[in-house]
Ligand binder design. Structure first.
Ligand SMILES: [Zn+2]
Length: 204
């Protein structure tokens, strides 16, 4: 079974416009099967963890946080998403760091000394950034929305090839094993003006 998933969203618990329940409703409407809330650590409302537990949805909901991580080039963002036993760390939207690809590679290396990075995003607000979708960055590549409002939902996502055993843990485990593909709506990249194509059918 293929599960459609979103690993990067923001809610009104940090700088997003929609409440956690509204975010879950929107992704449900868009046909998603799982969703991670990843609000910013430095803007987090104290009730965040309680509020995301209260969300009622037909989706698998993951608790997560977008960490602000300092490095020699300034700071970058890393998503930490948790299931019961499994955790995934994703280096977020490198295009946002205003670094060259070479500098990004150095920066990911530096951050990986502090956090066990599993993957790197190849999207910026859901738009494909192909310059980071390269073998020289030796991590899984992930498409995600980084949505902050309704308009930002459903631009970039992953589709995971699951077996029969579907739990929060097996979903993260399957992603970490690379059995998924990145998908894009094909809207143009803001910074690079490159079209992502309707669906990228490569398996990462
Ligand atoms: Zn974000």
């Amino acid at each position: 079974m293929i599960l459609k998933g979103q690993l990067h969203t923001h809610t009104s618990m940090s700088d997003g416009k929609l409440t956690p329940q509204e975010v879950a409703n929107e992704y449900s409407r868009l046909g998603f099967h799982f969703l991670a809330f990843t609000d910013h650590d430095h803007l987090l409302r104290p009730s965040y963890w309680d509020e995301i537990q209260k969300v009622r949805s037909n989706l698998f909901i993951f608790s997560g946080i977008e960490l602000t991580v300092h490095c020699s080039k300034g700071y970058v963002h890393v998503n930490k998403i948790e299931a019961r036993d499994e955790i995934i760390h994703i280096f977020n939207h490198p295009a946002d760091c205003d670094l060259t690809v070479r500098e990004t590679i150095g920066c990911v290396k530096e951050v990986a000394e502090k956090y066990p990075i599993d993957a790197i995003e190849i999207t910026n607000h859901g738009f494909y950034t192909p310059q980071f979708d390269i073998l020289e960055i030796p991590y899984l590549k992930i498409a995600a929305d980084d949505s902050h409002n309704r308009m930002g939902c459903g631009r970039g996502w992953i589709e995971v090839e699951m077996g029969n055993d579907i739990t929060h843990d097996t979903i993260l485990k399957t992603i970490k094993s690379g059995k998924y593909r990145n998908c894009f709506t094909g809207k143009k990249s803001q910074k690079n003006n490159i079209t992502g194509g309707t669906q990228d059918l490569r398996f990462s």
